[in-house]
Structures are given as C-alpha cells and as structure tokens.
Ligand binder design. Structure first.
Ligand code: DX5
Ligand code: ZN
Length: 223
C-alpha cells in the first residue's frame, strides 16, 4: 500500500490569510493541499477557481495540490487548473459527458487524473476507467459543504474499492473526503483508504501539528 497522505481541505481555512494558513498546515506535517472547487451548478455552492491555486503556487507552495472539481461541465476548467499548478485533478463522472475524454485531457494537461464517486454513485464506474486513473476519491458526505457527518455505509464501499485496486495491481490512490475526524480516521485507514482529506477537523483545531500527528498515529494503528 502507498504511504498515507493527509490532505487538508482549504475550504475550512481562513481565506483572509490563505497563504499563511497553507504554510501553517504544511509546516504542521500535511502532505497535500486539497482545493474544493464548487460552481453553484453541480453543487449549490460557489467557492474558488484556478486563480487561487495559481496564487498559492506564486506564494511558494511546492507541495502537491489536489484539485477536487465539483463543477459541471468539467473540461473547460482542466487546462486552467493545470496551468495554475494543480498536481492532481479529480472530477465527478456524472458531471462529464465524456468521462474517458476528460481523464485523457487531465493527463495530457500534465496532471494526474482522479475520479470522484458520491456516496450513492456505484463503484461500477471503475469498470472502464480503473486502468486510466491514478486516484479514486470516495465521498463520505454529499458534496458541497464542510463539517458534515461521515456516512457510515461508505466503510463497506471503501473495503470493496480497496479489493478492486489491489486485484488490479495498479498503484492507485484511494482517497476519502468528508467527515474525516480524529475519532474515525483509524477505522477509515483500516477500511483501505491511503489519502485522507480533512477540512474542519484540521483547520478547526487550535494546534494543526498536534492534530495531524494524532491523525497519523491513528492511521498507523488502523483503529
Ligand atoms: C465537501 C468537500 C470536502 C470538505 C470536507 O464537498 O469535498 O473536501 O471540505 O470537509 P470536512 O472535512 O469538514 O467534512
Ligand atoms: Zn473535497
């Protein structure tokens, strides 16, 4: 299994000092920075676009940037985020007319493609995409908001996804997003995730480093 990755979602950061917030979580031990892009169409919220990603790169952020697109349509934004410095670009298959084309577009743009499945979106989306993607992101809340509760049946889906990934022999990241907290991250790791998005649990904590350290310990215990 790949080494675990902690990816704070900047959705819960203080936007009035975003560069300092990102510097702080990276100094506290975060591995990736997760950017939630919402368009007031695929989800009923409007957040941030490629300019913010670009500004973080210009600010000096060198860590991988994990862009989670909750937008419909998808394709027009892919080259813009690639140009803005994204490392990973993930999208929801329901939001793209031509899923294989979008995956290829992400790779051709120089980024690593990921597919995001909502809690009720079946793993069968992997049937014809697993060989093409580098990351599978399972949503453990319905997309759109920070601070929601982890949807428990996603544990079974995670285990199933882990089996499919292992059986494929591919080095595919299995990421989880939504309601990840200190008290469930170990069990989530036990179910097979190796990349952990956490927004409110990290940015809502007083001590980022202590929180990330405790998360890593729970991941290692898998409980
Ligand atoms: C939800 C977003 C998440 C969100 C997670 O649509 O994709 O990344 O920021 O927030 P928490 O960790 O607070 O559930
Ligand atoms: Zn996200």
């Amino acid at each position: 299994m790949l080494a675990p990755v902690i990816a704070p979602s900047i959705l819960s950061a203080n936007f009035a000092c975003l560069g300092a917030e990102v510097d702080a979580v990276l100094a506290a031990g975060a591995d990736w920075i997760h950017i939630d892009v919402m368009d007031n169409h695929y989800v009923p919220v409007l957040t941030i676009g490629p300019l913010v990603c670009k500004a973080l790169r210009k600010h000096g952020v060198t860590a991988p940037i994990d862009v989670h697109l909750m937008v419909d349509p998808v394709d027009r934004l892919v080259p813009e985020f690639a140009e803005a410095g994204a490392t990973w670009i993930s999208f929801h298959p329901e939001a793209s007319r031509h899923v294989d084309r979008t995956i290829r577009l992400i790779r051709e743009s120089g980024c690593r493609p990921g597919l995001v499945l909502n809690p009720a979106t079946p793993l069968s989306w992997l049937d014809h995409t697993l060989e093409q993607i580098d990351l599978l992101l399972l949503m453990s809340v319905n997309p759109g908001f920070a601070g929601q509760q982890f949807i428990a049946p996603v544990f079974g889906k995670l285990r199933e996804a882990r089996q499919r990934i292992d059986a494929s022999g591919r080095e595919l990241r299995l990421e989880i997003d939504g309601g990840v907290k200190l008290d469930n991250i170990g069990a989530i790791a036990g179910a097979g995730a190796d990349a952990f998005v956490a927004g409110s649990a990290i940015f809502g904590a007083k001590d980022y480093a202590a929180t990330i350290r405790a998360m890593r310990a729970a991941i290692a215990r898998k409980a």
